[in-house]
Each structure stands twice: as C-alpha cells, then as structure tokens.
Design a binder for this molecule. Structure first.
Ligand SMILES: *[C@@H]1O[C@H](CO)[C@@H](O)[C@H](O)[C@H]1NC(C)=O
Ligand SMILES: *[C@@H]1O[C@H](CO)[C@@H](O)[C@H](O)[C@H]1NC(C)=O
Ligand SMILES: *[C@@H]1O[C@H](CO)[C@@H](O)[C@H](O)[C@H]1NC(C)=O
Ligand SMILES: *[C@@H]1O[C@H](CO)[C@@H](O)[C@H](O)[C@H]1NC(C)=O
Ligand SMILES: *[C@@H]1O[C@H](CO)[C@@H](O)[C@H](O)[C@H]1NC(C)=O
Ligand SMILES: *[C@@H]1O[C@H](CO)[C@@H](O)[C@H](O)[C@H]1NC(C)=O
Ligand SMILES: CC(=O)N[C@H]1CO[C@H](CO)[C@@H](O)[C@@H]1O
Length: 460
C-alpha cells in the first residue's frame, strides 16, 4: 500500500474506533473495530452492567439468513462485535436460504439459560413460524431447538416481553393470521413454547411490536401495514406512522387495550423508521427502530430516540444527536447551530421552493447542475452535520457535499415511501476552525431532496 494511503486509512480507522459519546440516529454506526454494525431488527438483553445487542446481519444485502449477530456495550453507544449468536444450519428451517428476523433474547432463571426467539420463515414468508434457540452464555452460540407455528397459528413480526413478577412470566407478541390479528401469548416456564393466547387484537393489522412496562402500565406500538408488506421480498420501504396502545388503561396484559395514538407527529412518519425494540430508560424508554433500505438492506440505519412520557403519553423525542446515561435513567438532546438553506447562495438550476419548514423556504433542484453554497462555523474537528430535507420519494436519493473545496462526500437520503416529510440526515465532516464553505449538490447527475436547513454540532 502507498504510504500516503495507509496514513489516510489509519486516520480513517482512528476516527472510527475513537469512543463516541453521542447516539446519532440515521448515521452509519461503526463497532469498536471500525466495521459497520449489522444488527437489524434489534433485540437488547441486559446482564449486569453489560448490554447485549442481537440483530440481523444484512451485510450481504440479502433478506436471507446469514447470522444473528451479538454486540456488547456498557454505555449503549460504543459496541464491540462478539461471536455470532446463531448461524445457518443446512437442512433445517434456519438454513442460509431461510429467513431469520427480529431476534430477541431473555434469560430463564429456572434453567439458568438464555432463550432466543425469532421470526423463522422460508424465503417467501409462507411458513410464518417462530424459532427458539438456547445458550448458557448471552452471546452463545445458541443451540437451535426448532421452529413452529405458535398454538398452530401464524407468527410473522414478533417480539418478546418478560414481566417482573415472581415467575418472570414471558410473552410472545406476534402478528398472526396473515398479519390481520395481533396476539400476545404466554410462554411456558422454560420459555420454549407458548401455552395460551392472553390477548388478541382482531383485525388490528399490526406488526413490528415492542412492549415496555412503565408504572405498571404497558405501551404497545402499532402501525398500519403498507401494501408492500406482502411483497415477496417481505421488506418494507418503511416510513410509516406508528401508534401506541393504552399505556394508562392497560393494567393487565390480558385486558383490553385502549385506542391507539401517534408516538411521533404523524407527518414525520416516525422519523422514517419502524419499531424493533423498546428499552426502558428510567421512567421513560428508548425507541429502537430500523430505517430500512430495501434496495441495499445492509445500508438500513438504526433510529434510536428517547421515548418520553413527559406529556403523559409516550412520544419520541426528536434528536439529531443525543446522550444517554442508562444508570441514571436520563437522556439529553444536543443543541446544534442551525443554518438555513434560504440564506445560502444558489447556483445553476437550483431554485427556491414555495413551501416552507420552520418558517424557512427550501431549495429544490439540487444536483444535475443545481448547487447550494453555505457558510458555517467549525471548531477544527470532525463534526456531525445534519442535513434537513423534504423528499417525497419512493427511492433513496443522494446528495454530495464538499467542505472548503475538498473532495465531495456522498450523503444518502432515505426513501420516504412517497410521503412528503421533512427529516434530517447526519454526516460527519471535518470542519476547520472558523468559517467553512459547504458546496452541496455540485458533484452529482441525479437530483437530491429539497434542502431546508443544516445543523452543526460540536459533540462526537
Ligand atoms: C420447515 O418447517 C416446515 C413446517 O413445519 C416443515 O414442513 C419442513 O419440513 C421444515 N423444513 C426443514 C428443512 O426442516
Ligand atoms: C407447543 O405446545 C403445543 C400446545 O400444547 C403443542 O401442540 C406443541 O407440540 C408444542 N410445540 C413445541 C415445539 O414444543
Ligand atoms: C373488553 O372489551 C370487551 C368488548 O368491548 C368487553 O365486553 C369487556 O368487558 C372488556 N373487558 C374489560 C376487562 O374491560
Ligand atoms: C439545549 O437547549 C435547551 C433549551 O435552551 C436546554 O434546555 C438544554 O439543556 C440544552 N441541551 C444541552 C445538552 O445543552
Ligand atoms: C413559486 O411561485 C411562483 C409564483 O407563483 C412561481 O412562478 C414559481 O414557479 C414557483 N416556484 C416553484 C419552485 O414552484
Ligand atoms: C447514490 O450514490 C451511490 C454511490 O455513489 C450510487 O451507487 C447510487 O446510484 C446513487 N443513487 C442515486 C439515486 O443517485
Ligand atoms: C388495534 C389498533 O388500534 N390498530 C390500529 C393500528 O394502526 C392502524 C393504522 O392507523 C389502524 O388502522 C388500526 O386500527
């Protein structure tokens, strides 16, 4: 390798493995070795001071099963990849031509055993089963016990919920009966099977469930199914509105759930994400979602946000960057410096739009000859920069951005499912101390989304 290249590579790796302090929803997340974290359809297990993050490895961009990964962290920000927890077994229902999604792990005290549940299916999602695997250590590797239809019925998107009663009763939450009926079933004392449906929401068409218990009440996330749900790839372009059910009135897991409500302003489509897991945090929780990229599955992003009950009902707290102190049960949202596209300099075919966001107009027709130049203040470091877009598109888009005449960085912009929604995309850029010139959209033949705002942060 050329010396200059290896120096550059070293610098890059250095930047990646440096311990982080902030959670940046929607950014590419790197593990402590500098590799992209592959843990989609998140499940979190806490053992003592250590968090274990289980998820789907989609590095090969295929929906088919390659591994359930296991990462560890003590701060929910810096994650170290461990051995894979579950890998394909030829000749079974978890072969490399099958589907294994949404792995969740709970600990069975009676058997001193970790038990993993997951959506187990064939490639056309026709079997609709749950799979169960067990291990003596959190990351395993897990021994596969088998896949089955719980109580003879279908189960697609699923999660588990372990109660804090004396028996540590556990439940399977699952989309059943062609995703029409949503069911909650009690597990047996081994957590190997379910014994009884304790709650059924007929015709609810829910998926991607998560449940948190708070003040002895439970919240269940709900969302409406897009018609693409039944596509043969089974992958959603997810930018849909999610709901919660009954956090106040629902004292018993088997009782009636109260009516749904939004967990984020409806027009944000849950900040372009789908729920995967909800981790209690003090008297609040962390919403852990996926921003699926159905074209490049491995490029799907993690969208973790505080889920706050401050208003009495659970609401996602939007943050470009935020910090969590799990032990203290607290979070804090970082404040950036906002710059508005309307204050920038338009070049070529770029035009001001006639719609507004936060009272500011956006800039359209960026790319393919249209540019925007903006001046922002830096501190002489790698800094998070959030680009705010409106992008009513059913495809992922790109924009390019260059700092002070340097080479262009490509920043991708998520598919919003064709819905007009303003959202932000984070990118880490080196900004010089003092004034910096950002040139946006110059180095691309495609159109970017419409740009409204840039926010610059100093925390890393
Ligand atoms: C997968 O599960 C289905 C349904 O239980 C069963 O018919 C099939 O034999 C299983 N396939 C393998 C390879 O175990
Ligand atoms: C789970 O329980 C059901 C109902 O008792 C039973 O029919 C089924 O065989 C059990 N499945 C497994 C995998 O143990
Ligand atoms: C649950 O709802 C059903 C149907 O509306 C009603 O008959 C039943 O009494 C309710 N149960 C409780 C515990 O409120
Ligand atoms: C961000 O600004 C708000 C409002 O001024 C303030 O309450 C909050 O403490 C600030 N957050 C941080 C991390 O400084
Ligand atoms: C904005 O409105 C003006 C006046 O109606 C119109 O001429 C112009 O084409 C509009 N621009 C865009 C980008 O829609
Ligand atoms: C975005 O950029 C990537 C990498 O440069 C490229 O492969 C892809 O085609 C681009 N997408 C669009 C919509 O331009
Ligand atoms: C049970 C329940 O409230 N289900 C709702 C989930 O969200 C969709 C879309 O808003 C509603 O149609 C369902 O009624």
């Amino acid at each position: 390798m050329l010396p200059i290249l290896s120096v550059l590579l070293g610098l890059l790796l250095c930047a990646f493995v440096k311990a982080g302090t902030v959670i940046v929803p929607g950014a590419i997340w790197y593990d402590t070795d500098g590799n992209e974290i592959q843990a989609h359809g998140t499940g979190i297990l806490q053992v003592g001071d250590i968090f274990y993050w289980f998820g789907e490895d989609k590095a090969d961009n295929s929906a088919l099963f390659s591994a359930v990964t296991c990462y560890t962290s003590t701060d929910l920000v810096n994650w170290a990849r461990q051995n894979d927890a579950l890998t394909p077994i030829a000749g079974t229902n978890i072969s490399s031509s099958d589907i294994v999604e949404r792995p969740k792990v709970i600990y069975n005290e009676k058997n001193a055993e970790y038990v993993m549940w997951f959506h187990s299916d064939n490639s056309d999602y026709g079997l609709a089963m749950v799979g169960v695997a067990t291990a003596e250590t959190p990351c395993g590797p897990y021994a596969y016990r088998g896949s089955f239809n719980p109580l003879g019925a279908q189960s697609r998107d699923e999660s588990v919920f372990q109660d804090d009663d004396a028996e540590r009763t556990a439940y399977l939450l699952y989309a059943s009966d062609n995703n029409q009926d949503f069911k909650i079933s009690r597990m047996d004392s081994n957590y190997y099977n379910v014994t009884e449906v304790v709650s059924e929401l007929e015709g609810a068409t829910l998926e991607a469930p998560g449940m948190v218990k708070r003040d002895d009440a439970r919240a269940l996330l709900n969302h409406s199914i897009a018609t693409t749900h039944f596509s043969t790839t089974g992958v959603l372009a997810v930018c849909l509105s999610y709901k919660w059910l009954g956090p106040k009135s629902q004292q018993s897991i088997s009782g009636n759930w109260s009516a749904q409500a939004d967990i984020a302003p409806e027009d944000t489509n849950t900040y372009c994400s789908q729920n995967a897991y909800d981790l209690p945090l003090g008297s609040n929780a962390i919403y852990m979602g996926d921003r699926w990229d159905s074209i490049l599955l491995g490029n799907s992003r993690y969208t973790w946000y505080p889920l706050s009950w401050a208003s009495g009902v659970p609401q996602i707290v939007y943050a470009d960057l935020w910090k969590v102190d799990y032990a203290a049960g607290t979070y804090s949202v970082m404040n950036g410096t906002a710059y508005y596209a309307a204050d920038g300099t338009l070049g070529g075919t770029a035009v001001m739009l006639n719609n507004t966001y936060n009272g500011y107009e956006g800039v359209g027709y960026l790319g393919d000859g249209g540019t925007l130049t903006m001046t922002v203040e830096g501190i002489g470091a790698e800094q998070w920069v959030s680009l705010y877009y409106a992008n009513a598109d059913s495809t992922w888009r790109n924009t390019t951005i260059s700092v002070n005449g340097g080479s262009s960085v490509v920043v991708d912009q998520p598919n919003t499912g064709g819905v007009d929604v303003v959202f932000s995309v984070p990118v880490q850029l080196y900004l010089a101390k003092g004034s910096n010139t950002l040139l946006i959209g110059a180095d691309q033949s495609n159109y970017a989304g419409d740009m409204y705002q840039i926010s610059v942060y100093t925390e890393n």
